[in-house]
Design a protein around this ligand. Sequence first.
Ligand code: GAP
Length: 510
Amino acid sequence: MSTKGEDVFRKIVAHCKEYGFIFQSSEIYDGLSAVYDYGQTGSELKKNIMDYWWKSMVQYHENIVGIDSAIFMHPTVWKASGHVDAFNDPLIDNKDSKKRYRADVLIEEYVAKIEDKIEKEVEKAASRFGDKFDRNMFIETNPRVVENKQKIEQIMSRFVKSLEANDLKDVKALIEELGIVCPMSGSRNWTDVRQFNLMFSTQIGSLSEDASLVYLRPETAQGIFVNYLNVQKTGRMKLPFGIAQIGKAFRNEIIARQFIFRMREFEQMEMQFFVKPGEEKHWYEYWKEHRMKWHTALGIPASKYRFHDHDKLAHYANAAADIEFEFPFGFKELEGIHSRTDFDLASHQKYSGKKLQFFDPVTNESYVPYVVETSIGLDRMFLAIISNSYNEETLEDGSERVVMNIPPALAPIKIAVLPLVKKDGLNDKAREIFDYLKYDFMCQYDEKDAIGRRYRRQDAIGTPYCITIDYDTMQDNTVTIRERDSMQQDRIPIEKISEVVAKRIDIRKR
Ligand code: GAP
């Protein structure tokens, strides 16, 4: 992460705590690593992101329905899904620092440094040649760039080959040959690489022999697959159709850092779209485009997002891409769109012995549907929103403010109701307005401190509108409405407040 990125990220984390967005879990006991709680402001924002996703997937699509499946599932589910055997991270320890790393991350970081070198070379040349600079030509012909690109290719192809063959000795050999050192101790004193399963387990039943091992689900998707037939039959669903779900997932992440980017307990919003075999590529493209639109409809610049198409596909996928977001620590995965073939349903069919098929009344045949999945981390989406919203501004009068430019539709509090002073009946009038607005909008009433300070507090939690009740209000039933981003203030009648705010927070009006 660049120093500037680190600095911004540190400020965002501190801001999240100061304004009740996110707290470290069990903080009074010094916290629990990679587990977080959402506070009074954060839980509202999280709920709004959830609603935005649920509406766009379930409410706006006639052929998508939602479910809410249990976290505990039959242990064989995880055997059939491949998680028991293959949901692993390759880990390596440094014997001097006693720090544990993911071997793939060490190698990827090494490769990222070579990529940085290439980029610097390109930037240098671009500034030397000015308008005449041909980036592609330079990358293809400059000897240093070509050499570095070949180096990356060699490293990655060897690494992928070793991982696929589960040749962990060669992964260690590669780390040693590349001279990768521990960032803490600076030493190359590594242990062997070994696989570590990421699922948490516990036991159901008493402590006696009849207790059986169960896992805390590492993804919500399997709860959808095992309910495919239930939903298809009881909902009389025809292909193509989707099942959506929002829920908790758990992974024993070893390298859990970067705040809520990688957590041990997190939430996913997943949708499995069941299609006729052969039509999956069409739907894969449809969902890639549709999901990108969902992101950009929030008004966050399109340049903050990019697709990363996977070159190396999981054995069950025939296409996969990530939507990456530019976090303060660089572009990273936010959402995955995967064409998963019939792998999951066919595997559950095999392990359960139950037919998980669709009878096609047009062709008179039965088959296992193919699946296109969209999977986004709710917490990661939260981090994307707050990272993009955090802004420090110097105002015309030289004063400073921190404002969260949260997309108004997602803002935790939509309207702050503020009496100019808490006397002469202004506070009673403000309460009356608050009581009227609260049925339609999440509102906050605040009468403490000077009005300027109250505006700053609302800016800091991203409230799009502040309504101020002053002495004129008592005469003519008008209020001042202040818009967060422009800080522009207008005078409007009380009965217009709902209309003005509703228009601005409606995502369809964007
Ligand atoms: N069912 C597919 C699946 O689970 P994944 O790429 O492992 O795919 C999907 O996860 C999304 O879940 C990721 O794009 C990310 O947004 C989120 N996610 C995964 N692991 C996470 C973690 N440890 N903490 C927070 N979010 C996570």
